[in-house]
Design a protein around this ligand. Structure first.
Ligand code: 5GP
Length: 408
């Protein structure tokens, strides 16, 4: 457990608004007179744990305290949108998200978010999508600078203390990057606008590295949005696309109707043919789709264990705990065994009440890894999938390797 906490981690799939702390959501809601749905939130319950409490409790015990299905999550995102209505609130949730990831030992973070026009009726302010992006990038730049300074200071202290062990080396500083999201529920024109923004910012800022497709999988199809992703790809931007959140074949559940299954099948095929740089979730594919990926393209997959279990529960009405739920993941155990390229991520840590360390603990509990080398290899592999240059990845690999050698 201590090893996992200290382990440097790579987070490639996290949605900014999904990182909101429950306490921050509650206070923003009360300032804005937004009534949060009591069915979706359990605000009376103490959900913040000390580090010691977290470590003494198994991940499923902790996270099970608040279960949320994928559809409930989308309702919560609507509520979050009613609360994050100005740049001050945006800055707050962004800084807190960066702090929370760094605290869990994340050394490289790709945070994604859908640019929004913020119209605040309380303060009467208006912020454009460019203001939205600028605010996130400024938070990232400031955070990196402070974190680098902290690291240097702590290293100096270690050097002066002749008795310091390699175990007490300071936490590595965190590098932050931003992926522009397209929300499936929005129009083609908006998707085009976000593609242009991603391309424009990628030219002038090292922080903007890619384009993502997320949002309700019930809305729109990739076919319509493909030109945007092709344009981004041609311009040298990396792409990540959510997929496999709805069954692509009959028999997975009794609820998804045939038309939706057919839609999901065709949509997923299109996404796979497009060959994005990474796939988000890739959970409910057909065997034939999985086999084609495993034999051929091996597109790296962003796995989000807790979030994936919630989706599986929705699909199968499985009422077990997270550990058992994760064992029902159609492919994860096989991927890990055969070194299929995948990373372990949080998706929406504020909503699923999880963090980067808990996701790895869940993985260990579900698949019984005894050898730390198994976990280390996932981290090293994830560096390779980062939307960054080979040079950057080589440096990051060196840094992470020396830190891991220190804690092993
Ligand atoms: P934001 O882009 O507003 O910063 O982050 C929240 C948004 O991310 C949600 O409104 C939704 O569009 C997207 N999102 C978060 N989690 C998921 C997920 O598990 N699946 C999909 N498809 N989209 C998600």
């Amino acid at each position: 457990t201590k090893f996992i906490q200290q382990l440097p981690k790579i987070e490639l799939h996290a949605h900014l608004n999904g990182c909101i702390r429950e306490s921050t959501l509650a206070s923003l809601a009360s300032e804005r007179n937004v009534k949060l749905s009591s069915l979706l939130h359990d605000l009376q319950q103490e959900t913040h744990f000390t580090e010691e409490e977290k470590m003494n409790e198994s991940p499923q015990e902790k996270v099970n305290k608040k279960r949320r299905s994928l559809l409930e999550c989308f309702e919560i995102f609507t509520e979050i949108g009613l609360c994050v209505t100005d740049l001050v609130a945006l800055k707050q949730i962004c800084i807190e998200a960066l702090e929370d990831f760094a605290k869990q030992g994340v050394v490289y973070l790709e945070l994604r978010s859908t640019p929004k026009v913020l119209l605040d009726t309380m303060y009467g302010t208006k912020a454009t999508k460019k203001d939205y992006i600028d605010t996130i990038l400024k938070c990232m730049a400031d955070f990196e600078e402070q974190d680098q300074e902290r690291y240097k200071r702590e290293m100096e202290d270690v050097k002066q203390n002749a008795n310091a062990s390699s175990q007490s080396l300071p936490r590595l500083p965190m590098t932050c990057r931003y992926i522009v999201s397209i929300n499936r529920a929005e129009s083609f024109e908006v998707a085009q606008e976000h593609t242009q923004l991603a391309m424009e910012y990628a030219k002038k800022s090292k922080y903007v590295v890619g384009l993502d497709l997320s949002g309700s999988p019930l809305k729109n199809s990739f076919t319509e949005l493909e030109p945007c992703f092709r344009m981004a790809k041609d311009a040298g931007l990396k792409t990540s696309i959510h997929c496999g959140e709805i069954p692509c074949e009959k028999g997975v559940d009794n609820e998804t109707d045939d038309a939706l299954i057919e839609f999901s099948y065709r949509d997923t095929k299109k996404i796979l043919d497009f060959e994005p740089d990474r796939l988000g979730h890739a959970l409910l594919f057909t065997d034939e789709m999985y086999e084609a990926l495993e034999r051929g393209k091996k597109i790296p997959i962003e796995c989000c264990p807790t979030s994936n279990v919630m989706t599986l529960e929705l699909a199968t009405h499985y009422e077990g705990d997270l550990v058992h739920g994760l064992r029902r993941h159609p492919r994860l155990s096989k991927w890990l065994e055969n070194d299929y390229p995948c990373s372990i991520n949080t998706d929406d840590p504020g909503i699923f009440n999880t963090d980067s360390s808990l996701e790895f603990l869940l993985l260990v509990d579900a698949f019984g890894f005894q050898n730390p080398a198994r976990i280390v290899s996932i981290v090293m592999d994830s560096i390779d999938h980062a939307f960054e240059s080979d040079d950057f990845k080589a440096k990051m690999t060196g840094l992470v390797t020396s830190k891991i050698n220190g804690i092993l």
